[in-house]
Design a protein. Structure first.
Length: 172
C-alpha cells in the first residue's frame, strides 16, 4: 500500500498549454500514479546511487541537470525537478540511517517521476507546517507545491522505502 497526497491533476489534453492548465483529476488517477512504476511502460529512465550523506543533495541536483539536458526538458521543469529531488535526497539522508540512496528519474504518459530509495523503514516523510523560526520542516511542503502528487512505497525484499513524486510535463 502506498500513501500519497490527494491533490492531483490530470495530464493536460493534447495540444493544450502547460500542465498548470490541467483540471483536478479523479482519485483513480492518483491511484495510477502510485502504481505507475509497475503498470506503465517507461519512455526513458536514468538512475544514480549516492552515499547517504548531506553532500549527496548537491550531487543529486547535478544528476537532474545532466539528465534533463539529455532529455531536453524545459528550464522551468528542470528547476522544479532539481528542487524536489534535492529535498527528497535531503530527507533520506537526514531522517534515515541510510548508507546510500538511489535516485531515479523516469517518464511515462506525459508524467515525470522522481524516486529516491532509502534504507529507512519507519521514517515516512510528511508535509507538515514548520513554524516561522524553524530551520527545518519545509521540504515536503515544497515537494507538494511543485508536484502533481507524491507518496511512499515499501521496498519488500530490499528493506526501506521509495519516496516518489510526479510532475506533469508540459505538452509541446
Amino acid at each position: 500500500m502506498h500513501s500519497a497526497r490527494h491533490r492531483v491533476q490530470s495530464p493536460p489534453a493534447e495540444g493544450t498549454g502547460d500542465a498548470e492548465d490541467a483540471q483536478p483529476a479523479p482519485a483513480a488517477f492518483l491511484a495510477q500514479l502510485g502504481t505507475a512504476r509497475s503498470d506503465w511502460p517507461m519512455d526513458r529512465q536514468a538512475a544514480a546511487t549516492l552515499p547517504g550523506r548531506p553532500a549527496s543533495a548537491a550531487v543529486a541536483r547535478r544528476f537532474v541537470r545532466i539528465t534533463a539536458a539529455m532529455w531536453r526538458l524545459s528550464a522551468e521543469t528542470v528547476a522544479d525537478v532539481e528542487l524536489c529531488m534535492s529535498e527528497l535526497v535531503t530527507n533520506a539522508v537526514t531522517h534515515t540511517a541510510s548508507r546510500r540512496v538511489h535516485c531515479r528519474l523516469w517518464s511515462a504518459r506525459g508524467v515525470l517521476f522522481l524516486e529516491v530509495d532509502d534504507e529507512g523503514v519507519r521514517d515516512r516523510p510528511q508535509a507538515g507546517a514548520a513554524g516561522e523560526e524553524d530551520e527545518h520542516g519545509r521540504g515536503m511542503v515544497l515537494v507538494e507545491t511543485f508536484t502533481a502528487a507524491w507518496g511512499t512505497l515499501p521496498r519488500p525484499g530490499y528493506g526501506g522505502k521509495t519516496v516518489w513524486a510526479a510532475l506533469l510535463l508540459p505538452r509541446g
